[in-house]
Ligand binder design. Structure first.
Ligand SMILES: NC(=O)c1ccc[n+]([C@@H]2O[C@H](COP(=O)([O-])OP(=O)(O)OC[C@H]3O[C@@H](n4cnc5c(N)ncnc54)[C@H](O)[C@@H]3O)[C@@H](O)[C@H]2O)c1
Length: 262
């Protein structure tokens, strides 16, 4: 893809590893200046260093997306580094595997706090900054195919991702007149540490017998015939922050190799 993001200031949360790191790398390759924001400082620094060693512009920031003051400071720091905020990727998320009847109130709270409340806070603070800047912008949330269908034993995770879809649509309606576009990416079954944890959860719950069985079974039905890698998300991430998608808002783009059709 040609360099379409030259000079853009971009934040990607949860970019220390996995999908966020791959999206950030792709964005930087296309000219964006990227803040790698993650709760894990070491991962954030490593991911930023990798981009810099490849000639891109990146800076690391330690953030907990559940903490509004922390998120505000992240945005101010990005603007101080890059001059402005053009695109906010709310990507940080956590997963838990629990049989439906075993989900506790604490499980619900833990997942909702990061996946739904964290996304809400990042969207609010980014939109506020973009309104002040007066030049529009793009907000891109990472939802999931689990935001399109409820998966047992990921019911509370699925609920949190349906929430991300709802927030995406509502915010698109709220900020259209400010030329702030809001879209979401719905990955499918991506080979990351999160899926390692999900796969273990299936095995520990007695739903599968072998390591990688759940991953292989879920990923194996993708019509494009392979599991997804984090890099598969980079092209759509670049598109959604570029002028190529300037008339697109309120959409949830499924990038799953053909698992869920709508
Ligand atoms: N892996 C998949 O198959 C898949 C599928 C659909 C959607 N997703 C979503 O994609 C996003 C990234 O997933 P991944 O597979 O790369 O996961 P991952 O666990 O590999 O990476 C998530 C990153 O988020 C960071 N993080 C966690 N809590 C945080 C917090 N409170 N504040 C800031 N950072 C925090 C972690 O430190 C980690 O670096 C998540 O929102 C996830 O729900 C993943």
């Amino acid at each position: 893809m040609e360099a379409t993001l030259e000079g853009q200031g971009v934040i990607v949360t949860g970019a220390g590893r996995g999908i966020g790191a791959a999206m950030a790398k792709g964005l930087a390759k296309n000219g964006a200046q990227v803040m790698i924001a993650d709760i894990n400082s070491d991962l954030a620094k490593e991911a930023a260093d990798e981009i810099k060693s490849g000639g891109g512009t990146a800076t690391a920031y330690t953030v907990d997306v559940r903490d509004r003051a922390n998120v505000k400071d992240m945005i101010e720091t990005a603007c101080a580094h890059f001059g402005k905020l053009d695109t906010m990727f709310s990507n940080a998320g956590i997963a838990q595997v629990r049989p439906f009847l075993s989900i506790t109130e604490k499980d619900w709270q833990d997942v909702m706090d990061v996946n739904a409340k964290g996304v809400l806070i990042c969207m609010q603070e980014a939109a506020q900054k973009m309104i002040e800047q007066g030049i529009g912008g793009s907000i891109v949330n990472t939802a999931s195919i689990a935001g399109k269908q409820g998966y047992e034993p990921l019911a509370h995770y699925s609920a949190s991702k349906f929430a991300v879809v709802a927030l995406t649509q509502a915010a698109a309606r709220a900020f259209g007149d400010q030329k702030i576009r809001v879209n979401a990416i719905c990955p499918g079954v991506v080979a990351t540490d999160m899926w390692k944890l999900i796969d273990e959860g299936f095995k520990d719950s007695g739903l599968t017998e072998k390591e990688n069985q759940a991953f292989d079974e879920f990923a194996g039905i993708a019509v494009l015939g392979r599991a997804s890698e984090p890099d598969d998300m980079a092209g759509v991430a670049t598109f959604l922050s570029s002028s190529g998608s300037e008339f697109m808002t309120g959409q949830t783009v499924i990038v799953d190799g053909g698992l869920v059709f709508e």
